[in-house]
Ligand binder design. Structure first.
Ligand SMILES: Cc1ncc(COP(=O)(O)O)c(C=O)c1O
Length: 363
């Protein structure tokens, strides 16, 4: 991600502006008491939680992951699952296994996937490559399902990296059959507890195609030996003791209400902007007709008291585009969302005026 964006976002955090940037879960949904208990129990009663384990991860956790995938129609054995430090590490390991090849990511995608792929020596393109990165159910940043409506078409592509970070957070609760169920030899399945339970746990997972399993395990071991035992053990206890599905359902309703609040405000405050009503996840993707300096727009937004994620971070190099930005509704207090949209409208207005002045000076 462009360091200028990071510097601006950090400054904004320090000043306490309304945060419509980032992919953070709502603080009030974090199961703090439950996690406090399982973290304490992991340390007190499970000696393995405080020492080294195997690189593939804690057995109960792998069994839970395989069980959920199997319940959705895939034939996945716990032995195939590698627990990773968040979905992000799964993407980094997949990237290493694809060094020197091309991965297609679409016109707008999760910025840290682009970063992981590029840093590992993958050529990231907008479309048409040997491997495609997709986000079934809810894509980031668009907030809609770009896979299921064209499922057959996707399954005819080559390798698919299926990142299910937000899949369970579809507001309608419709969770489609995982792609790995239909093309196990070509799908690299990625999941995480970050969006549904807590990103601080850093518990994600990877199910690579069977023939790649050992290579990926070797890469994982070389990267960090293993994902932290204590959080893996705590996650396994959490999933065994508490009702994960009920927690996810509560979260869906919570985020749906926030999405509705933000979208209503965006329609009122930015009637000229284009965006799709999110079907799930944490954010909406907004497009403007005018091209322009999106980092300048972030600067104006912060000056007006709100943060956003500028669109350029989401695009592979050279992908053409109008100006765009992502606005998250997930973590700012719900009562701040309308004011956030209002400040954003003030910022866009100033930004457009400045852009018009600049182009008049040039002509
Ligand atoms: C689409 C997508 N995939 C993966 C991740 C990384 O999640 P984790 O915290 O599990 O590393 C994110 C986080 O924002 C995401 O938006």
């Amino acid at each position: 991600v462009d360091p200028r964006i990071v510097a601006l976002q950090k400054r904004a955090c320090a000043r306490g502006v309304i945060g419509l940037a980032g992919g953070l879960p709502a603080t009030e949904l974090l199961p703090r008491d439950e996690l406090a208990r399982v973290l304490a129990d992991a340390a007190t009663h499970h000696a393995v939680a405080l020492t080294y384990d195997w690189p593939e991860g804690v057995a109960q956790l792998r069994a839970w992951i395989a069980g959920r995938l199997s319940a959705r129609g895939a034939t996945v054995d716990a032995q195939q699952v590698i627990v990773t430090s968040g979905a992000q590490q799964a993407l980094s390991l997949i990237a290493m296994a694809h060094r020197g090849t091309q991965i297609a990511v679409g016109e707008a995608t999760y910025p840290a996937a682009i970063a992981a792929f590029e840093r590992a020596g993958v050529d990231v393109v907008a479309d048409d490559a040997d491997a495609h990165y997709v986000m079934p159910g809810v894509s980031n940043p668009r907030g809609v399902d770009l896979v299921e409506p064209q499922r057959a078409w996707w399954l005819e592509r080559g390798a698919l990296i299926a990142d299910e970070a937000y899949t369970e957070l579809r507001f309608d609760g419709r969770i489609s059959r995982p792609l790995v169920a239909d093309a196990p030899a070509r799908v690299w399945h990625v999941g995480t507890l970050s969006k549904t339970v807590s990103p601080g746990l850093r518990v994600g997972w990877l199910v690579p195609p069977l023939r790649e399993h050992q290579t990926l395990l070797d890469l994982k071991e070389a990267a960090d030996l293993q994902t932290a035992s204590v959080t893996q053990q705590a996650a396994a206890l959490f999933l065994a003791r508490f009702d994960y599905d009920a927690h996810v359902e509560r979260s869906r309703r919570h985020y749906q209400a926030r999405a509705a609040r933000l979208c209503e405000a965006l329609r009122r405050e930015l009637p000229y902007a284009r965006f799709a009503e999110p079907e799930g996840g944490f954010a909406a993707w907004v497009e403007l007709d005018e091209p322009g300096d999106e980092i300048g727009l972030l600067g104006e937004a912060i000056a007006a008291g709100v943060t956003i994620d500028p669109g350029r971070a989401f695009r592979p190099r050279d992908a053409p585009s109008a100006s765009s930005f992502r606005v998250s509704f997930s973590s700012a207090p719900i009562e701040d969302l309308a004011e956030g949209a209002h400040r954003l409208a003030v910022a866009v207005d100033r930004w457009l005026t400045r852009g018009a002045r600049a182009s008049r000076r040039r002509s």
